[in-house]
Ligand binder design. Structure first.
Ligand code: Q9C
Ligand code: ZN
Length: 342
């Protein structure tokens, strides 16, 4: 399988993540890229190519222009304001305040454009996010021109990023950018299947009112799991999009036997809705050893997952999302791709 990777995805090396009430070294670290890459090379999954640059137009097709501008200037403004650490929001326009005015100060803009406090903005963050979406788009172009599946080793991940919000380690929604690009190329309907442990809130939000992208997510129940405020089974889309968003929340402790039943439902839905392209948001944080997640998938389950994803027979673009059990994420990604290749 053709793999896309850019060293520039490692330009984000945040030093701080507010986790469990402490500032820690972020789980979402550049070493993840090297671990996956090394394992893909060892297992002979396929050639690795560098992406081509795609500029901002495909980003602006799904994200708000002022949000993108904010991401591009945030670090410089934060530094110019004289702050010592990384840019972390500490106040948000929550229920009791106004959200119809965007503050001028970088501290106010941070809260406006952030969905959580877990994702610090550091030097290189914007550049890495740009490289990440270039990886995704290059993978898409390979699949579009060859009909063959491709894997984009995206980093930072994308599925928590909404039209004008970052968080959950995500800035640009790579899967949404690819889906929109495919529609612009003539696909009538694209399916995004999100198998990351966490609900793909950003992907859901971006396409919630539309029937041209079927969004589905299998994830830890938001009653118990991040991002908490979206991802319930009764969120089915709205207006023309009604029926084109499907959530499969599962309790902490879920094993592969149960998870796989939801996967089968999701695959049937993709066939039923007649999508012509599959975009997989591939998080391997469903693994039993993941440090911030609570499903119980084992390494060999990822092989079966890959086989089942391939059984749809659709042109497919597989994009990296989460997965933090640093030693094993490469193994588990390689197994999905090997399973997909049969
Ligand atoms: N204290 C992805 O997998 N932190 N993002 C969870 C734990 C955020 C995960 C809270 C988890 C985000 C792409
Ligand atoms: Zn995740």
């Amino acid at each position: 399988m053709q793999v896309y990777h850019s060293e520039a995805t490692k330009l984000r090396r945040a030093r701080t993540e507010l986790h469990d009430g402490q500032l820690m070294t972020p789980f979402e670290c550049p070493e993840r890229v090297d671990l996956v890459l090394a394992r893909l090379r060892d297992s002979g999954v396929g050639p690795v190519a560098a992406p081509r640059e795609h500029g901002l137009a495909p980003v602006l097709a799904v994200h708000d222009a002022a949000y993108v501008e904010f991401l591009s200037t945030c670090w410089d403004e934060w530094q110019a304001a004289g702050h010592g650490g990384e840019a972390i929001p500490t106040i948000w326009p929550t229920r009791t305040m106004r959200e119809d005015r965007i503050p001028g100060h970088v501290g106010g803009k941070l809260g406006y454009y952030a969905l959580g406090g877990d994702t610090s903005i550091s030097p290189g963050t914007f550049e890495a996010a740009m490289a990440s979406k270039d990886v995704a788009l290059s993978a898409y172009e390979h699949t579009a021109s060859s009909g063959q599946p491709s894997f984009g080793l995206c980093r930072p991940p994308g599925h928590h990023a909404a039209s004008d919000q970052f968080g959950g380690y995500c800035f640009f929604n790579n899967a949404a950018i690819v889906a929109q690009r495919a529609l612009d190329d003539g696909h009538a309907r694209v399916a995004i299947l999100d198998v990351d442990f966490h609900h793909g809130n950003g992907t859901q939000q971006i396409f919630y009112g539309r029937d041209d992208v079927l969004t589905q997510s299998i994830h830890g129940d938001p009653d118990q799991c991040f991002p908490y405020y979206l991802g319930h089974a009764d969120e089915k889309g709205e207006g023309p999009g009604l029926g084109y968003n499907v959530n499969y929340p599962l309790p902490p402790g879920t094993d592969y036997a149960t998870w796989r039943e939801r996967l089968e439902l999701a695959l049937a839905e993709i066939s039923d809705k007649q999508a012509s392209l599959l975009v997989v948001s591939l998080g391997v944080d469903t693994f039993e050893g993941d440090p911030i997640s609570s499903f119980r998938l084992k390494s060999d389950d990822f092989l079966d997952m890959g086989r089942r994803l391939a059984s749809l027979g659709l042109p497919s673009v597989i994009l990296m999302e989460g997965g933090y059990a640093v030693e094993e994420i490469g193994v588990n990604v390689a197994k999905v791709l090997q399973g997909f290749q049969g």
